[in-house]
Write a protein that binds this ligand. Structure first.
Ligand SMILES: [Fe+2]
Ligand SMILES: [Fe+2]
Length: 163
């Protein structure tokens, strides 16, 4: 793990709320905690390549770890996933503000990370790092599931969360 993640968001990683995310299924075959850490890692890669001087790496890392923290388990509630795409950023932002003291930039990134599914894009560069990294990681998760589904004997794994 990139040491910047533990340096800037160690309190989140150790929190009861985030630890529960290891049990919350997300993008078939992964969970919210692992996905959020992957989003943070890739966002840091993008940030280190190029960023504006006034964009704080702390905002990027913390928003990445918190962007899906309000997500409920897809294994349990898959039938309402379209509604959830709209609802979970608001719930994540509420948790981020109340439990982790998220600032305006972090809240903006969390609230608008689903753009263009939600209609308003992020207002700060930090939010664009979160958004781009989230899309990249989500696409990779889906590609992995599809790739595995075509392997012999993998049909059962592909449908594991559908029953
Ligand atoms: Fe999300
Ligand atoms: Fe996400």
């Amino acid at each position: 793990m990139n040491p910047i993640i533990t340096q800037e968001a160690g309190d989140i990683l150790e929190s009861e709320r985030f630890l529960q995310c290891w049990e919350t299924c997300h993008h078939k075959g992964t969970n919210v905690a692992r996905h959020s850490l992957e989003v943070a890692e890739y966002a840091l890669y993008l940030y280190e390549k190029r960023h504006r001087p006034d964009t704080d790496v702390r905002d990027v890392v913390r928003a990445c770890l918190l962007h899906d923290i309000g997500m409920t388990d897809r294994k349990v509630h898959d039938s309402i996933s379209f509604i959830k795409a709209y609802a979970h950023p608001r719930r994540s932002a509420q948790i981020a503000r109340e439990e982790f003291g998220a600032n305006q930039i972090q809240l903006d990134a969390i609230l608008h990370h689903m753009w263009p599914v939600c209609f308003v894009p992020p207002s700060y560069e930090a939010g664009w790092f979160v958004l781009r990294s989230d899309k990249h990681c989500a696409n990779r998760d889906v590609a992995d599931v599809l790739k595995n589904s075509f392997r012999p004997g993998s049909r059962k794994r592909f449908t594991k969360f559908d029953s």
